[in-house]
Design a protein around this ligand. Structure first.
Ligand SMILES: NC(=O)c1ccc[n+]([C@@H]2O[C@H](COP(=O)([O-])OP(=O)(O)OC[C@H]3O[C@@H](n4cnc5c(N)ncnc54)[C@H](OP(=O)(O)O)[C@@H]3O)[C@@H](O)[C@H]2O)c1
Length: 288
């Protein structure tokens, strides 16, 4: 298989780490994204020793900070000429109280939606230098559970609940993935595809550290014992990153077994998709 340069966000744990290890075992050049230098270095060492592949490097950024993402991309571009695969894997479920980042953004939206949007935009230039590039965004079945979108309250000042924030952030991610696919087409960039997948519920650290309230904390802890191993959650992203079967396919939603699925379109319309896209363009303009 042709060697690809692959950047995976949130590759220091859970599904991202398994994806990184598996793609390293296939011989690709892997760039682990982490937020802690110590953890990123340890994961790179682990991947190198377990796979025998030395071409494992890391970049650092707190994805809650758009300025830090911009700095990380500049760092990446100073070291790499092109990128073949971007896997926007990092994501989280936050506390029962609404919290904002230093830049003033609601945390769930910042990490699960703003960060992948910004990375897609800022890395388009290096992805376009690949003969055939792929972007993979990590969804969740919870995209169906965010409730009715309020386009006057994207950052949930008036109706914050952690599950609503998480569900809507993933729903909007599905929409902007499709939108990005058509934007690229319209701009005549035909060598980058963009798809997404949900990994299914698997046993990782996901949501374990957040204070979601006594009952939901308990549900998360108990559920962990019955969930499949995290390897099951990495099947689709590994497939989408390298399989020749998806060459040229863009704007699709894949399930956890790498089969095309229809996302929940209850609230989707061309106009609503455009509203989300325009909001992100406007809000993140200072970082683009
Ligand atoms: N697990 C599931 O059942 C499930 C179900 C549906 C969807 N998903 C989605 O799958 C993706 C991966 O989740 P997972 O289960 O592997 O979760 P995880 O075990 O909690 O791993 C999350 C990864 O994201 C990183 N991360 C979190 N916040 C970050 C921040 N502010 N800046 C930079 N990196 C950050 C973590 O870094 P550290 O190592 O530093 O903590 C870690 O590497 C997420 O998008 C999640 O929404 C998971």
């Amino acid at each position: 298989m042709e060697q690809k340069t692959i950047l995976i966000t949130g590759a220091t744990d859970g599904i991202g780490k398994i994806t990184a290890k598996s793609l390293a075992a296939q011989g690709h050049i892997i760039i682990v994204h982490g937020r802690s230098r110590q953890k990123a270095e340890a994961v790179c060492q682990e991947i190198k020793s377990e796979t025998g592949n030395d071409k494992v490097d890391y970049v650092l950024a707190d994805l809650l900070s758009m300025a830090d993402i911009k700095r990380m991309v500049a760092d990446f571009k100073s070291r790499y000429y092109h990128l073949d695969v971007l896997i926007n894997n990092a994501g989280a479920f936050f506390n029962k109280q609404r919290e904002i980042t230093k830049e003033g953004f609601e945390k769930t939206m910042a990490l699960n939606l703003f960060a992948p949007f910004l990375l897609m935009q800022l890395l388009t230039e290096v992805l376009a230098k690949s003969p055939s590039a792929r972007i993979i965004n990590m969804y969740s079945a919870m995209h169906k559970r965010g409730g009715k979108p309020d386009f006057n309250d994207f950052q949930l000042v008036n109706s914050y609940k952690p599950a609503r924030a998480y569900g809507l952030s993933k729903l909007y991610l599905v929409w902007i993935t499709r939108h990005m696919a058509s934007e690229l087409q319209q701009r005549g960039i035909t060598n980058i595809t963009v798809n997404g997948t949900h990994p299914g519920a698997v046993a990782t650290n996901f949501g374990q550290d957040a204070d979601k309230g006594f009952f939901i904390n308990l549900v998360f802890k108990v559920a962990l014992r019955f969930m499949p191993r995290p390897e099951a959650g990495a099947i689709s992203s590994i497939y989408l990153a390298t399989s020749p079967e998806v060459e040229g396919i863009s704007g699709q939603f894949y399930d956890s077994k790498a089969k095309v699925e229809k996302p929940d379109d209850k609230y989707w319309s061309v106009q609503n998709e455009q509203k989300v896209w325009d909001y992100l363009q406007r809000t993140l303009e200072p970082y683009l």
